[in-house]
Design a protein around this ligand. Structure first.
Ligand code: HPA
Length: 276
């Protein structure tokens, strides 16, 4: 077995430590909560919090809007493990560390990964506050978490023809309709950050096929696909992207918008988990 810092062996060690805290129920899903979307944690019943700093192999999260903790408990009566916070490459982390929490969720037994993020809206019909079902992504980070020796259980050349599971997407559409949420759909363009984009970069992204842009998620989804997890994801369009927005972008606007749509987002995830 490979013993790379963020590989399978390290994930198994982290999972053992987490189980000692939250118990050994197998999660039906692992959930990654993006910037400002950590409020879902409040809907988790019988929650047990584990700060990232107490998980072997995890650095502590540093970004405003990220609690930096893992929560075990039940959502819609089903066992889940949620991460309020994640590891971004703009913090200086390797792609392999950005994807490491997914290996840990897999080691805990989660067959499905639900990812969420805050993103800038590129498609002209998007408005701040929209929720976007992620149909595909563009890896414009030019890094890949799988570079290095092959981890046991990984696929060397993972298929990425359907990274976001069609059936799970269909379920999310149904849940959104039942909740009266108008769910947008599109392609997430993942950039390194931490600068927001220039207007020309946003025009380039539109030409390349991105409907939304953000600084996370891609390494996590790549790892999930390499180890055979099913993936579904939602972007919260927190702002119109640079050059489309009439005002300068700010993290404050991102947080403000996520706060506004948090309840809708949380209801959608709750139903999604209940339907798994
Ligand atoms: N660009 C990149 N990342 C983001 C944005 C954006 O406009 N909004 C929220 N995260």
């Amino acid at each position: 077995m490979s013993d790379s810092a963020f590989g399978v062996a390290a994930a198994s060690k982290a999972a053992d430590a987490i189980r000692q805290r939250i118990g050994s129920a197998t999660p039906i899903a692992g959930i990654i909560l993006g910037t400002g979307l950590g409020g879902l944690a409040q809907r988790i019943a019988n929650p047990i919090d584990v700060p990232f700093a107490e998980v072997p192999g995890f650095p502590s999260a540093t970004v405003v809007g990220h609690a930096g903790k893992l929560i075990g408990g039940t959502l819609s009566g089903r066992p889940v493990v949620a991460l309020a916070g994640r590891f971004h490459m703009y913090e200086g982390h390797d792609a392999a560390l950005a994807g490491f929490p997914v290996r840990v969720l897999h080691a805990l037994g989660a067959p499905t990964l639900f990812v969420s993020n805050a993103a800038g809206g590129i498609r002209r019909t998007f408005r701040a506050g929209d929720l976007m079902l992620i149909r595909d992504h563009l890896n414009l980070m030019f890094r890949n978490p799988l570079i290095g020796p092959l981890e046991s259980g990984d696929t060397r050349f993972p298929d990425m023809s359907a990274p976001y599971d069609e059936e799970l997407c269909a379920q999310l559409r149904v849940h959104a309709a039942q909740l009266g949420i108008q769910l947008q759909e599109g392609v997430y363009g993942g950039l390194l950050g931490p600068t927001y984009e220039t207007p020309t970069e946003v025009r380039m992204l539109a030409t390349l096929g991105a409907d939304a842009v953000g600084m996370s998620t891609v390494p996590e989804v790549i790892v999930a696909r390499a180890i055979g997890m099913r993936v579904a994801g939602i972007s919260c369009i927190t702002n119109l992207a640079s050059g489309i927005s009439p005002h300068p972008l700010s993290h404050a606007e991102v947080i403000e918008t996520t706060t506004r749509v948090a309840a809708q987002f949380e209801s959608l995830v709750e139903r999604f988990v209940g339907g798994l």
